[in-house]
Write a protein that binds this ligand. Structure first.
Ligand code: AMP
Length: 455
C-alpha cells in the first residue's frame, strides 16, 4: 500500500538573485551572458533596479565589486529607451585616465547590442581626435575632470543635455584635488537629471558633496568602510632599507612570480627600481604620472597580457587599474597614508581569487605598518626571509640584480605570449610549491559572498 503512495517531493528552495529579475532588456542580458556572468554581484543586484527606476543612487562599493556593470547596464537601458539624439546624455567622471578607459570598455562590452555611442575624454593625449569624436555625436562620455573642462573651455562639448551623471570613485577624485573641477562641472549640467555616486569610502567631503547635488538618493552598501579584500593574505618581511631591492628580486625569482604590481613612493623611485630589476634579468617597467598616456597604456597592456613580469607604480598611477587575477602586490615603500594600503591591495584578491599583499618593512617603516594594522584592525604577519635578516650578514648583497648567484638554479625565462599559470605564493626556500590554484572562470566571486554585505 505504502509503495503505491506518491513519494513526497522534498524541494529545497534556494533564492539566488538572477540577472533576469532585475528588469534588464534581452540584449543586455545577452551581453552579460556572453561575459560569462551567471549571477549579479550584490552591488549589481541592488543598484540596477534603483537606477532603472530613475532615482539618484549613493553606492558604497569598492573597485572589484562589479560596480561598473552596476551602473553601466541600467544606464545603457535608460539611454536606449530615450531619444536617439546623439547629444551627450550621460556623463561618467572618473579620477584617472585608466579608469576612464576601463569604464568605456565596459560600456562597449555591455552595450554591444545597443545602438549607443560612447567616448573617453582624458588628458595626456592629443585633444583633436576627442574633438572629432564629439563632433560625430556621442551619447555617453567617460571623462576625467581636467580634460573635460578643457573641452568646455574650447566649446567642443555641450553638456546641456546630460540626463545621467555618474561620479565614479568619488573619494579618490576628492583625494586627488578635483573638488573644484567637479563643482564647476555640476554647474554646467541641467538641473533635472539623475545622479549616481560610487565611492569606496564616505569621508565628510564626499558626504558634503553628495548632499549638495543629490536628491532623495537611495543608499546601497556592499562593503564595510576600508575593508581590505578578505581573501588577501598579508605578510611583511622585515629587511634593511638598502636591501629591499635585492629582497624583491629574490622573492620574484625564487617564487617564480610572474605578474607582480610593486608600489614605490616616488616616480623616480619607480623608474630606478624598474631599471635595476631589468638589469638583474627581471622583466620590469614603471607606470607613473610623468609617462605619456600612450606609454602608460602600452605598459599597462603588456602587464595585463602577461608579457611584463613586474610593474612598478606610484599610488596615483595605479588607481583604477583593473587587472584580473593579479596574485601579488608588493609594497616596496609602505604608503604614508594607511588608507592607500587598502587601495593598493584592492588590486589583488579581485573577483574572489586569493592574492597576496607583501610589504617590505625597514625599521623606519614600522610606524607606517602599525598605522595600517590599526586601520585594518588586524595584525600583519612578520616573516623574516633567510639571508635578508635586518642587520644580518649580506650574503645576497647586490648579487640578485647584478650577478645572479651561481649556486641557485636560474628560473627559466617565461616564454612570451603564453597564458600565465597561477604563480605560487611565498613559501620558505626549499619547500615544494603548492598545487596550482584551480583556474577560475567568471563565476560568482567569493569576494561577493553575503558575509561581505554586513555593514
Ligand atoms: P568592477 O568592480 O566593476 O571593477 O568589476 C570587477 C571585476 O568583476 C571585473 O573584472 C568584471 O569583469 C567582473 N564582474 C563584474 N560583474 C560580474 C558578475 N556578475 N560575475 C562575475 N564577474 C563579474
Amino acid at each position: 500500500m505504502e509503495a503505491l503512495l506518491p513519494r513526497p517531493i522534498v524541494q529545497e528552495i534556494v533564492i539566488t538573485p538572477s540577472f533576469h529579475t532585475l528588469g534588464l532588456s534581452a540584449d543586455l542580458l545577452r551581453a552579460v551572458a556572453e561575459q560569462g556572468y551567471t549571477v549579479p554581484t550584490p552591488i549589481q543586484a541592488q543598484a540596477i533596479p534603483v537606477v532603472l527606476s530613475g532615482r539618484d543612487l549613493l553606492a558604497a562599493a569598492q573597485t572589484g565589486t562589479g560596480k561598473t556593470a552596476g551602473f553601466t547596464l541600467p544606464m545603457l537601458q535608460l539611454l536606449a529607451n530615450g531619444s536617439q539624439s546623439r547629444h551627450v546624455r550621460a556623463l561618467v567622471l572618473t579620477p584617472t585616465r585608466e579608469l576612464a578607459a576601463q569604464v568605456q570598455e565596459s560600456m562597449r562590452t555591455y552595450g554591444k547590442h545597443k545602438p549607443l555611442r560612447s567616448t573617453t575624454i582624458f588628458g595626456g593625449v592629443n585633444i583633436k581626435p576627442q574633438i572629432q569624436e564629439l563632433r560625430r555625436g556621442v551619447d555617453i562620455v567617460v571623462a576625467t575632470p581636467g580634460r573635460l573642462l578643457d573641452h568646455v573651455q574650447q566649446k567642443t562639448i555641450d553638456l546641456r543635455h546630460v540626463e545621467i551623471l555618474v561620479l565614479d570613485e568619488a573619494d579618490r577624485m576628492l583625494d586627488m584635488g578635483f573638488i573644484h573641477d567637479i563643482r564647476r562641472i555640476l554647474g554646467l549640467l541641467p538641473k533635472q537629471r539623475q545622479n549616481l555616486l560610487f565611492s569606496a569610502t564616505f569621508p565628510d567631503e564626499v558626504r558634503k558633496l553628495a548632499a549638495g547635488f543629490m536628491r532623495d538618493a537611495v543608499t546601497v552598501e556592499v562593503a564595510r568602510r576600508n575593508t581590505p579584500a578578505e581573501l588577501v593574505a598579508h605578510v611583511a618581511h622585515p629587511v634593511d632599507g638598502d636591501r629591499k631591492r635585492d629582497l624583491l628580486a629574490h622573492l620574484v625569482k625564487s617564487n617564480d612570480w610572474r605578474q607582480v604590481l610593486v608600489f614605490t613612493k616616488t616616480k623616480r623611485g619607480a623608474n630606478r627600481l624598474a631599471e635595476q630589476l631589468e638589469r638583474g634579468g627581471i622583466d620590469a617597467d614603471a607606470i607613473h604620472g610623468n609617462k605619456s598616456q600612450p606609454q602608460r597604456t602600452r605598459v599597462l597592456k603588456r602587464f595585463k597580457d602577461n608579457q611584463l613580469q613586474v610593474l612598478v607604480a606610484t599610488d596615483i598611477a595605479a588607481r583604477g587599474l583593473d587587472i584580473e587575477e593579479l596574485p601579488h602586490v608588493v609594497n616596496f615603500d609602505l604608503p604614508h597614508v594607511a588608507e592607500d594600503y587598502v587601495h593598493r591591495i584592492g588590486r589583488t584578491g579581485r573577483a574572489g581569487l586569493s592574492g597576496e599583499a607583501v610589504s617590505l618593512v625597514s625599521a623606519e617603516d614600522r610606524p607606517l605598518l602599525t598605522a595600517i594594522e590599526k586601520l585594518m584592525n588586524r595584525k600583519v604577519e612578520l616573516r623574516v626571509v633567510a639571508g635578508f635578516e635586518p642587520g644580518g650578514p649580506r650574503m645576497h648583497r647586490s648579487t640578485e640584480t647584478k650577478n645572479p648567484p651561481q649556486q641557485r638554479p636560474q628560473q627559466p625565462q617565461r616564454p612570451r605570449h603564453v597564458p600565465r599559470q597561477p604563480g605560487p605564493m611565498i613559501r620558505p626556500t626549499g619547500t615544494p610549491a603548492p598545487a596550482p590554484r584551480p583556474k577560475q572562470g567568471k563565476q560568482t566571486p567569493a569576494l561577493f559572498t553575503p558575509r561581505r554585505l554586513a555593514a
